[in-house]
Design a protein around this ligand. Structure first.
Ligand code: SAH
Length: 376
């Protein structure tokens, strides 16, 4: 995307948070025409924003004052506003953010023993209509911009005062006090908003800033097959596939995008097109729905489907929501299912539901404001 200053001089300021380095450079070149100096300014601004958490030009003390006063007039560095913050009994925190156009999205901070994961959204709502997913019942309003995707991360850094902790723990990747992992498992389908997600990842991964390694960012997709290989090659992050069924007739209902790209196409493409790197595995997410997809036959079929593909299966006990037609599988059925998968030597952890009491668990996100609006 080429951002031209002339196109916005009469409108409001440009939010530079979440722009790529190239985009930022093209903007700064309007003020600092000498390319080397412009590039130096970009690096300085970048470091203030993404290493120090500074969101005010006035605090960028190594930048010439005259230049700063010009920058201040046309640019801002702003994050989505926190409209509501809920803290679960288990320490999970759910944020409801209000965007500039008043759309609402949710983001979840999940502290664990040795790491903390931030689950971020890529769209307002979702178009995929997976029948077990609460977000799917909310109509899609729009894609998020890279600014709004990166903005969720920065807003949580600010709110939880993580900047200082991050600086002190820069070499420590097993720490629950800072965000160690980012997952695109909030609202929306990241591969249907590919360009903005890719740009946001380039900002999150930049080693002069937030410096998330590609192994610590996971993009979860319901199976937008043609984009999986591209994302794996271009973004380089970890890929998780929402599989949820072992037969097309069941998957067509649970994950309707299966009617466009079915199990054979999805797994075929993962086998043939995606070049996994050293020791890399594809994560398959499998929601455990009572008597729908949790039989021993399903487990055996799953093992057969994944044969020869370096995989890991995350079993997710279904998180319920009002109006849902499904029930969570009993823990006995989940364990029996897991035992079959483990016998085939596939890692198969059962995901502990987090933040259920505040509707922050997997698939429970849906911004109430939009629901209320729809019902009026
Ligand atoms: N659109 C993407 C990412 C968003 S959902 C995708 O489909 O992968 C993140 C994960 O939560 C997906 O695996 C999704 O299938 C799962 N999920 C959705 N609703 C759920 C629910 N009610 N209980 C448990 N997991 C759910």
């Amino acid at each position: 995307m080429q951002i031209k200053l002339t196109s916005v001089t009469n409108c409001q300021e440009i939010n530079i948070l979440g722009l790529s380095k190239d985009e930022l450079l093209s903007l700064i070149l309007d003020f600092e025409t000498q390319p080397k100096r412009a590039s130096m300014r970009v690096n300085q601004i970048w470091s203030w924003i993404y290493s120090h958490g500074i969101n005010s030009f006035d605090k960028m003390t190594n930048i010439d004052k005259k230049l700063l006063s010009k920058l201040k007039k046309v640019f801002n560095i702003s994050t989505p506003a926190i409209e509501k913050k809920e803290i679960s009994n288990d320490g999970t925190i759910k944020y409801l953010f209000c965007l500039e156009d008043q759309s609402k999205i949710e983001t979840v901070f999940i502290p664990e023993e040795k790491r903390s994961t931030l689950c971020i959204s890529s769209q307002v709502g979702c178009t995929l209509n997976c029948s077990f997913c609460h977000t799917g019942t909310q109509k899609l309003v729009r894609n998020l911009s890279s600014q709004e995707i990166v903005g969720q991360v920065i807003a949580v850094y600010d709110d939880l005062e993580l900047w200082e902790k991050k600086r002190m723990r820069s070499n420590d990747t097993s720490c629950f006090e800072i965000i160690t992992n980012i997952v695109f498992m909030g609202m929306g389908e990241p591969l249907l908003n590919y360009e903005e997600v890719k740009k946001a990842c380039s900002v999150l991964m930049d080693n002069k800033g937030l410096d998330f390694s590609r192994r610590r960012i996971t993009l979860s997709t319901a199976g937008i097959v043609p984009k999986i290989k591209t994302a794996h090659e271009e973004i380089g992050c970890m890929i998780a596939i929402s599989l949820h069924a072992t037969e097309n007739k069941t998957r067509d209902i649970l994950v309707p995008i299966n009617k466009k790209w079915n199990l054979e196409q999805l797994l075929g493409s993962l086998r043939d097109d995606v070049q996994l790197r050293n020791s890399e595995r594809v994560t398959f997410e499998y929601v455990m729905l009572d008597r729908i997809n949790d039989s021993k036959e399903d487990a055996h079929r799953l093992v057969r489907l994944l044969q020869g593909l370096p995989s890991k299966v995350n079993l997710i006990p279904f998180n319920t929501w009002t109006g849902s037609q499904y029930k969570r599988s009993s823990s006995d059925r989940i364990k029996a299912f897991r035992d079959i998968i483990i016998k085939s030597r596939l890692p198969s952890p059962i995901r502990r539901p987090r933040g259920e009491d505040i509707m922050a668990a997997c698939g429970q996100l849906k911004s109430k404001s939009i629901k209320e609006k729809a019902s009026t």
